[in-house]
Design a protein around this ligand. Structure first.
Ligand code: ADP
Ligand code: MG
Length: 251
């Protein structure tokens, strides 16, 4: 069964070609029609099928379109052309801090983020201790999130997103910010979810992590899929990039 189907997706961003100094100038140029944009495709004709039980990894250099693709799959961005369909419930861990209010405490944010993910307060009440225990932040529960490190925020985000046993888990570099013990714990939780039937689509800069967790991998290069298939083959090819070939800019 296909859990994620991405069909021929292209994503175009308009990038301003010239610098406009203020809003007035912007509107004048807009009305006159002299505003210049450069069209830029972050993704071009990308197709991808993730089957039930897959742990699918995305690799690629900075700016290759990985986050854009995850956002399209999560429904945060609408592709310029093409379609992306996800079957079942989805837990997106995409932008750290999205769905959180940094001025609220961790306790309040657990309810807020739960609501953003569509969870009932009664469900959060029942799962509250599990979330707090997993994130190991019980002593910091009444501290505003702005005083947390990014790793601490990631712990809470991961704990909430995975407490639901989603059909599809989407994670963008989220594990990279935590310390190694937390990364281990996240991998353990992901394995539990996977054995419970959760399908995973994950971006990681750690090829080791991709090799440990994933069965399939797609390699994105300038918005195209350069290669996809079994994890060993794709990672071996990706790792053989040596930097002497023309590379893309750091985005
Ligand atoms: N909202 C946006 N507007 C314009 N360009 C964008 C936007 N989001 C991403 N891009 C561009 O699209 C390309 C792919 O970005 P991204 O998907 O974040 O790459 P990756 O996650 O692989 O590093 C980059 O060149 C980036 O600058
Ligand atoms: Mg990214």
């Amino acid at each position: 069964m296909n859990m994620i189907e991405v069909r021929d997706v292209s994503m175009r961003f308009n990038m301003a070609k010239e610098k406009v100094d203020n809003l007035k100038e912007y509107f004048i140029k807009r009305v006159k029609g002299t505003l210049k944009f450069e069209e830029f495709y972050a993704l071009k004709n990308v197709s991808l099928t993730v089957e039930k039980g897959d742990v699918y990894g995305l690799v690629g250099l900075n700016g290759s379109g990985k986050s854009t693709l995850l956002k399209i799959v999560a429904g945060v961005l609408k592709p310029t052309t093409g379609t992306a369909v996800v079957r079942g419930s989805i837990a997106p861990l995409i932008e750290l801090g999205a769905g959180f209010d940094m001025d609220l405490t961790a306790r309040e944010n657990i309810y807020l983020n739960g609501a953003v993910l569509g969870l009932e307060p009664s469900f959060i009440n029942a799962k509250f201790d599990e979330i707090v225990d997993f994130s190991e932040l019980r002593n910091f529960l009444d501290v505003p999130l702005k005083n947390y490190s990014s790793g601490m925020v990631a712990r809470i985000a991961f704990a909430i997103a995975t407490v639901t046993h989603p059909d599809v888990l989407i994670a963008d570099e989220i594990l990279a910010v935590g310390d190694f013990l937390f990364q281990k714990k996240c991998e353990q939780r992901m394995k539990e979810l996977m054995s419970g039937g959760t399908t995973v689509l994950i971006v990681s800069h750690s090829i080791d992590q991709i090799e440990r967790l994933c069965n399939k991998v797609a390699w994105l290069d300038h918005g195209h899929i350069r290669m996809d298939g079994p994890v060993e083959e794709v990672c071996a090819a990706y790792k053989s990039l040596d930097g002497s070939a023309p590379s893309q800019g750091e985005a």
